[in-house]
Ligand binder design. Structure first.
Ligand code: AMP
Ligand code: ZN
Length: 471
């Protein structure tokens, strides 16, 4: 396969650009990871999935061993302190914090693995990079970009002539925004914290500026610099991170190193929304990934990770998605159709994806177009004896992060398990008699054996049931 040319939308220039790696032997990307104080919701999951797709694409284009993906773990945060004090009141603070952050980080990893995301190459923790943060802050002070006041170290935004380029805000906008409280100790109201003092009941580290802890933005400047260098290829995250987080990362990194850029391409995924509003912890309109996988809280049923993954990818990453049951059902129908068409293919390790799918993704991650190409291959694969298409479909699904081990065996493709007809008939009787508790119990019992039931109405309007078995 010839190497496709990648084009990516760059928030910094507001255009789609041809992607030219700094070093084709080691393409570097960084994405802002979770703050580990609570379960991740499926909106956070969208971000992990989008950048996982990019990671997979880069590996395909430049070679598996020629891409470094860093996604950090923010394990210093005031919300973490509060959670530690609440959940582990008897423990010394540092131990309590470790318990919260380790448990949450492990949960995050298992959640995004269920969503088909590969592990990034490196997942640094903020608490393992405090010395790097302090070194950066020291450089910023020495170069006249930061100052110590009131026990804090602040970044002086007016020391950077082009501060605000990423978000398109200028300092006057920030002032006019007035949401930044006027704090007398700041030279400019938009100056932000690099280091702040900690009280005894807060996590803290010794520093030239007293016992304290880092501000949020300095973490990512320190960790990206340490693992990817002063200038790297791609930096990503959700739209909400453009300002202030990414703007401030750029200010810190560029001013500390005296460089014209921090990353060449800045990519931002749009939001997962609920009834037109961003899914977020603070609005309380969220479903955690674990909740969707394991409970029936959304739409009265559990949702497999691969279905959630496709539901997040079917819309282009720069468009908002509304989170609805209908969307998940559409994703499930489509995915199961593809998986069924690919069934029986045996893959070798090196079998690669379809070229047309890769070239759609190479155009700013156009999964919504790749999706159509997949339908075409699936149609071919469904034709009797078209082993080439079947094999290509299986390899492409694997490349996209959809497991083939969850392929379904549906009615007509295998002998029906002996007890199934009787159980389905009993459940239908229960439904017709409005004994839904019994009907649900039978469905749950079958689900434990990997059998999924789907009700539909036949041409006479009578309720019928189809079934599928997960292999
Ligand atoms: P947070 O834990 O809120 O800092 O979010 C972690 C990552 O998920 C960041 O890159 C956010 O931009 C992203 N994110 C948060 N909420 C959403 C959402 N509703 N839709 C898409 N991405 C989100
Ligand atoms: Zn960050």
């Amino acid at each position: 396969m010839t190497t496709p040319q990648l084009t990516l939308y760059n928030t910094l220039t507001r255009t789609k650009e041809t992607f030219v790696p700094i070093d084709v032997g080691n393409v570097c990307m960084y994405a802002c990871g979770p703050t580990v104080y609570d379960f991740a919701h499926i909106g956070n999951g969208r971000m992990a999935i989008v950048f996982d797709l990019l990671f997979r694409l880069l590996r395909q284009v430049y070679g598996t061993d020629h891409v470094t993906y860093v996604r950090n773990i923010t394990d210093v945060d005031d919300k973490i302190n509060a959670r530690a004090a609440r959940d582990f009141p008897g423990l010394p603070l540092n131990d309590a914090i470790r318990r919260v952050t380790e448990g949450t980080a492990a949960q995050y990893q298992s959640d995004v693995t269920a969503l088909g995301c590969l592990e990034p190459t490196i997942q640094p923790r903020a608490t393992d990079n405090i010395a790097e943060m302090q070194a950066l802050i020291g450089l910023l002070i020495r170069r006249g970009h930061a100052y110590v006041t009131n026990g804090e170290v602040l970044f002086a935004v007016s020391s950077m002539s082009d501060y605000g380029k990423l978000s398109g805000r200028n300092l006057e906008d920030n002032l006019a925004g007035a949401r930044i409280a006027v704090e007398a100790h700041k030279r400019n109201p938009a100056d932000f914290v690099l280091w702040k003092q900690s009280s005894d009941d807060q996590s803290g580290w010794d520093s030239p500026w007293g016992r304290g802890r880092p501000g949020w933005h300095i973490e990512c400047s320190a960790m990206s610099g340490r693992y990817l260098g002063q200038l790297f290829d791609i930096h990503g995250g959700g739209l909400d991170l453009i300002f202030p987080h990414h703007e401030n990362e750029i200010a810190q990194s560029r001013c500390a190193h005296g460089t014209p850029a921090m990353a060449n391409v800045w990519m931002h995924n749009s939001f997962l929304q609920v009834k037109g509003q961003k899914m977020s912890k603070s609005l309380g309109n969220f479903f955690t990934i674990a909740q969707l996988l394991e409970t029936k809280d959304f739409g009265g049923r559990q949702w497999p990770g691969d279905v959630l993954r496709l539901a997040m990818l079917m819309t282009h990453y720069r468009e908002p998605i509304d989170f609805t049951v209908k969307r998940l059902e559409e994703a499930e129908t489509k995915l199961r159709d593809w998986q069924r068409a690919a069934q029986g293919a045996t893959l070798a390790d090196g079998d690669g994806p379809d070229a047309s799918v890769v070239s759609e993704l190479a155009d700013d991650l156009g999964f919504h177009r790749a999706n159509i190409a997949l339908d075409v291959i699936a149609k071919k694969a469904n034709r009797e004896g078209n082993e080439v298409a079947k094999h290509c479909l299986a390899a492409t699904l694997r490349f996209l992060g959809f497991g083939l081990d969850t392929l379904l065996v549906s009615e007509g493709e295998t002998a029906e398990p002996p007890h199934l007809a009787a159980a389905i008939a009993e459940r239908l009787d229960a439904c017709n008699a409005k004994d839904f508790a019994k009907a649900d119990a039978i469905r749950a019992q079958l689900a434990e054996q990997g059998i999924t039931l789907m009700d539909y109405k036949d041409e006479t309007g009578a309720r019928q049931t189809r079934w599928e078995i997960r292999r």
